[in-house]
Design a binder for this molecule. Structure first.
Ligand SMILES: [Cu+2]
Length: 412
């Protein structure tokens, strides 16, 4: 909580300065940032995407691997695959604010759609752990053999983990509500990465030694198609707002575009050597690709096929772009068994909380601050409220006033 206080003061001071000096347009011109882990330097390069420059080089835990940027100016989590810790970078100052012990050799990281929970593939300890983004406390873990990367379904209900357990390669499905393994889908080769399409209908999987991307149907837990690529595809995705899917192909050093419906390759764009990872840039035509073999990042315009190259540190692997807060999903609260679950909900400024009546009886919502609630929420119905400022917001069920709850909204 300390950190959040600190950050809100810093933002307040910057806004005041901008208002006094008429600098607001200059401040707005500062573009979004991207964070790239340099695996052999034990640093993260912070890029200004618009300017194509390196803003800062931040020392982090050894073997920077999984990287997650919490949208809207939240913290950046970087796993130290050669250590047992995560580095937490404050994205306002681009310095390490905290180092969190998570267990041996943490690799892939993933954020739940509500922005509240970070999932960690603790490879050396054979488990997937989860921690609170707000408190940075490890809350629990579930056994998974040699977990490598993690993909969360866009509806937030489940995660898939690539398991590189020798002799037992698999995709492991975990129910995120109960944190129980619900399926283990065997693979004949070691899985490399897995990503959900933005609509949640496809799970794209890459395997060691297979020159194709496998498309799995998460509704049926089976492989439904293969997309042929050049040698060594690493990461395939269909990002929100893009008309096509994209694959980083390490062998030829390119990004391949494909048609998600027909699974046919469309065209390829050359990037650097041994490209490792990618993220969607500031619009649906921009892609950022880390080039492990040429110590650079390519900022690719998918429409024209043109790209700019930015030099970074030694062996850049994971790259993640800082996206706006609007892309943080709503925080769900269930009304069940005449209780609000959770009773206390954490949110950030600008975030929406959605209550859904999962009981057999009608309930309602009355906020103590007088904001509009709902007199009657029938079973199955939902109510949403967006929180535009920080604070603590108490509420009760308007039908059963003994049912109480609270939303705590923190600054970003
Ligand atoms: Cu009630």
């Amino acid at each position: 909580m300390h950190l959040y206080h600190h950050r809100s003061r810093a933002i307040g001071a910057a806004a005041l300065l901008a208002a006094l000096c008429g600098l607001s347009s200059a401040l707005q011109a500062a573009g979004p940032k991207a964070y790239v882990g340099n695996f052999k330097d034990n640093t993260v390069s912070v890029l200004d995407i618009g300017a194509g420059t390196v803003l800062a080089t931040v020392p982090v835990s050894a073997g920077p691997d999984g990287t997650v940027v919490v949208p809207g100016g939240g913290p950046v989590f970087v796993s130290g695959a050669s250590a047992s810790t995560l580095s937490v970078i404050d994205s306002a100052s681009d310095t390490v604010a905290q180092t969190v012990e998570v267990g041996k050799g943490p690799q892939g990281l993933a954020l739940t759609p509500d922005g509240q929970t970070l999932l960690v593939a603790v490879n050396g300890d054979d488990r997937m752990a989860w921690l609170s983004v707000a408190s940075r406390q490890v809350l629990g873990s579930v056994a998974v053999g040699k977990p490598h990367t993690i993909a969360v379904h866009p509806d937030g209900t489940r995660a898939y983990v690539s398991s590189q357990q020798p002799g037992h390669f698999a995709l492991v499905e975990i129910d995120l509500r109960t944190k129980v393994v619900t399926a283990t889908l065997p693979l004949d080769k070691a899985p490399r990465d897995l990503e959900f399409s933005a609509d949640g209908k496809a799970l794209y999987v890459t395997l060691a030694g297979v020159a194709a991307v496998q498309e799995w149907d998460p509704a049926q837990n089976r492989m439904v198609a293969q997309i042929a690529t050049g040698p060594s595809p690493h990461l395939a995705h269909h990002f929100a707002g893009m008309a096509f899917g994209v694959v980083v192909v390490q062998g030829p050093g390119e990004v391949q575009l494909f048609d998600p419906a027909s699974h046919q390759a469309l065209r390829s764009i050359a990037v650097g050597q041994q490209p490792h990872w990618m993220d969607r840039g500031v619009d649906s035509n921009q892609l950022l690709v880390s080039n492990e073999g040429s110590n650079s990042v390519s900022i690719v315009d998918l429409a024209s096929g043109q790209s700019r190259t930015v030099a970074v540190g030694n062996a850049p692997r994971k790259i993640a772009v800082q996206h706006p807060a609007g892309q943080v999903g709503a925080v769900p609260v269930a009304i069940a068994d005449f209780n609000f679950a959770p009773v206390e909900t954490l949110a950030v400024v600008g975030q929406t909380v959605t209550w859904t009546n999962r009981d057999g009886a009608p309930h309602g919502l009355a906020f103590q601050d007088g904001a509009a609630g709902s007199d009657l929420l029938l079973p199955g119905q939902s109510f949403s409220r967006k929180f535009d400022g920080p604070g603590s917001f108490d509420y009760v069920c308007s039908v059963h006033p003994y049912m109480t709850g609270k939303v705590v909204v923190g600054a970003r």
